[in-house]
Design a protein around this ligand. Structure first.
Ligand SMILES: CSCC[C@H](NC=O)C(=O)N[C@@H](CO)C(=O)O
Length: 731
């Protein structure tokens, strides 16, 4: 039977180009309420989007503003105000609480040198432009989600941000001092001071950093700009053995609250690892006294102060263990200094369907106006839902459980006006707003779409639930089920002819929700069906589900994926001889396992930065604890694993089955990957080469674990598609 798949590279590139035009939402800020001269109330909504620019080979960021007229409970009128504007050079930006001013950290090149400025804008004037680089109070400003922040004090007189600690200039022992230093007295004085701060012998000293995607981030410090006095100071009092971040002003601006991550005994990678020992701290502005607000034996993140400034809500989970887990929602009362658990960890889904909280970040604002409820968007099985939590009862209600949209992402909430980004596998992200109904009302949210998106009518999707057969049941955690998201062309032209691409996610404690996924929608538009499997161990199904995988990687997850694939193939639409598998990281680990444990079943395999050998990875990854914990053992940073643990790490690895592999493999590797060092892929490449199994390796310089730079992502997509087409004999 003839294939219905698009196989011409030009046509594939055209489809990719078309679908990559859809932007995604990254931020929304709601401005203050303004009363018009006719008495109508309105607010501005500032949104930021990001879009791949294939011509310029970069992700471009742009903003667009909307105006919403409302009566504090419902929307009266809304619309866009003005067009999109590209944002360039902005590292961070934030409007002041009153909306009167805006602060921007900007990066630009002046006379060939890269500099950072802190700007204050008021009305149509740039009031200040402070050259942070020239001030030399600290290193580069942190812009990442892990540590970074730019926060106005409640009084709007000070700004708080995080930057790398100033490091003394290091020079060679053999550096000569030039006799004539400079021409002017001022310059001479500056150079003299610079030289005084220069140290010898430190030029090649190693500085630990926070790992994958946080390289060069080593010692963050809290910095405060006094706007009136043009003075930047680095806050004192933060203990030397912690890295501060996610900071904000305490009630009354008396000090700063922040999350501190302990360094000891050495820094472990933080990205995707909210399980690092950390605590909430408060540093007093006057005395520099630092107080620990939460227990020192857990991992915390995302503290958010309530509008009445009485409570701080934050996420907590245990240290080490699986990297991503079901979090507790905790609350610190500023006045009684008491901590309580508002929502506990959920072992198994509740009767009402609530499966627990799974997110590494709360939205920038998440409180209702009366400071009685908190809003959280997070995975619930294979969808992303919007939940409200009543802080006095701990009861959780889903605002979106009955919706047929696959993913609801809360961008912000201000005075009960919620701004969300919605998407589904057949619908790119779109922007909606709605008022949160009052606490005691049964009303449903009336959502208004501010920026619509085009539904792709040819793409169909469904969530499938699987009960593992008795022989695959986990005796320690019996009765768990799992799901998969099937995306396929709505019209199957010829029965029994549909090729299938199986995609197990990475993590392994992560999840694929039913949202817009560019690569899957292009593959589907080309004529493939795509099966994304949330095997047992995924987020969103209860903590037991996560724990069930520890010690069982390479078996339970492999069985679940294979079971899902074989179940789906029973449906007459598919061609069982045209099945490919593709995955990244732990998903690459699974792809390599599947071709080793089911020789010949998959006709093509693609692995992005795959884990291929836990035993050889443990000494070189930024998260060695992951290898030990996933193999089923407790991690201890101060001793080597026992020989039996090394053996188990090897036994559970795909390399163990490489001699059985028959499937051609495409490897895509990032030169700068700190998480799964590219040597993992190379080890597998050599093993396949030695056995004359077709293998191709693509090497992406300047890319880390995610291979997400625009050229790497688009080139990777094309090569993956063509590899699958070739080895599924579709051409
Ligand atoms: C030692 S690497 C572990 C696998 C990795 N986990 C966390 O970083 C992984 O699978 N990452 C996923 C995202 O969770 C990925 O797709 O890169």
């Amino acid at each position: 039977m003839e294939s219905q798949v698009v196989t011409n590279p030009e046509e594939i590139a055209k489809l990719y180009r078309e679908l990559s035009l859809y932007p995604s939402l990254s931020r929304a800020d709601v401005g203050p309420v303004i009363t018009s001269q006719y008495g109508g109330k309105y607010s501005n909504i500032y949104t930021e989007w990001s879009q791949r620019d294939l011509e310029r080979n970069e992700n471009v960021k742009f903003c667009r503003q909307y105006i919403v007229f409302h009566d504090d409970k419902s929307l009266v009128y809304s619309g866009a105000s003005g067009n999109c504007t590209e944002i360039r050079g902005e590292v961070l930006s934030k409007d002041s609480p009153s909306g009167e001013m805006k602060a921007v950290v900007r990066e630009c090149t002046v006379k060939g040198e890269e500099k950072q400025f802190l700007e204050i804008w008021s009305k149509n004037i740039k009031m200040k432009s402070i050259n942070l680089t020239a001030l030399k109070k600290h290193g580069k400003v942190y812009e990442d989600e892990q540590f970074g922040c730019l926060v106005w004090s409640h009084s709007e007189t000070h700004l708080l941000y995080v930057a790398e600690k100033k490091r003394p200039k290091a020079e060679s022992f053999f550096q000569m001092v030039p006799p004539e230093l400079s021409s002017s007295i001022d310059e001479e004085e500056t150079t003299r001071l610079d030289r005084k701060e220069t140290v010898k012998g430190e030029q090649f000293a190693y500085h630990e950093d926070w790992g994958e995607a946080l390289v060069n981030k080593s010692c963050p410090v809290l910095c405060v700009l006094d706007i009136e006095g043009d003075n930047v100071s680095v806050l004192e009092g933060v203990p030397d053995d912690i890295s501060p971040g996610q900071a904000f002003w305490a009630p009354g601006d008396t000090g700063v609250v922040f999350v501190g991550w302990w360094h000891e005994p050495f820094r472990l990678g933080l990205k995707f690892c909210p399980n690092r020992r950390s605590s909430l701290f408060y540093v007093d502005l006057t005395g520099g006294k630092c107080e620990q607000l939460s227990s020192g034996s857990s991992a915390v993140c995302s503290p958010r102060l309530s509008p009445d400034q009485c409570r701080i809500i934050y996420l907590e989970c245990s240290v080490y263990g699986p990297h991503m887990q079901c979090s507790k929602l905790c609350m610190y009362d500023w006045y009684t200094k008491k901590t309580s658990v508002v929502v506990d960890e959920v072992k198994r889904s509740k009767e009402d369907g609530f499966a627990g909280i799974y997110c590494s970040q709360l939205s920038p604002k998440c409180w209702s106006a009366d400071s009685q409820r908190v809003l959280i968007s997070c995975p619930q099985r294979s969808r992303k839902d919007l939940l409200t939590v009543d802080i006095s009862t701990g009861s959780v209600t889903s605002l979106t459980a009955e919706s047929d949209i696959g993913s609801w992402c809360l961008l912000n909430i201000e005075r009960d006006l919620m701004v969300v980004s919605c998407s589904s596998p057949n619908c790119p992200p779109y922007l909606r707003v709605g008022f949160l109904p009052s606490r005691d009302s049964q009303e449903k949210v009336v959502w208004v779409t501010l920026e619509g998106s085009q539904m792709l009518p040819d793409i169909g999707w469904q969530i499938m639930t699987f009960t593992p057969p008795p022989e695959h049941d986990n005796s320690q955690y019996p009765g768990l089920d799992f799901e998969a998201l099937l995306i396929k062309p709505k019209e199957v032209k010829a029965e029994g002819n549909l090729p299938l691409i199986v995609i197990p996610h990475g993590g392994p404690h992560s999840v694929i929700v039913a949202e817009w996924i560019l690569s899957s929608s292009v593959l589907c538009s080309m004529g493939f069906a795509v099966l994304l499997v949330n095997y047992r161990g995924s987020l969103g199904f209860g903590q037991d589900n996560i724990l069930s995988l520890l010690g069982n990687v390479g078996s339970q997850d492999v069985k679940d994926v294979q079971f899902a694939v074989e179940s789906v193939l029973k449906n007459g639409d598919f061609d069982g001889q045209k099945v490919a598998v593709s995955g990244g990281s732990h998903g690459g680990f699974l792809a390599c396992h599947l071709i080793g444990q089911h020789p010949g079943f998959y006709k093509a395999c693609v692995a992005r930065n795959p884990v291929t050998n836990l035993a050889s990875m443990v000494g070189s990854t930024d998260i060695p604890d992951w290898c030990v914990v996933e193999a089923g053992y407790d991690y201890s940073p101060d001793c080597l694993p026992e020989p039996s643990v090394w053996e188990q790490m090897l036994n559970k690895s795909p390399i163990k089955h490489v001699t059985q592999v028959q499937t051609p493999v495409l490897l895509t590797l990032g030169e700068d990957d700190k998480r799964v060092p590219n040597k993992q892929g190379i080890e597998y490449y050599k093993a396949l080469k030695a056995r004359q199994i077709p293998v191709r390796l693509l090497w992406y310089p300047g890319n880390n674990h995610s291979l997400s730079k625009v050229d790497a992502e688009s080139d990777g997509f094309m090569n993956i598609a063509l590899w699958i087409i070739q080895h599924l004999s579709l051409r």
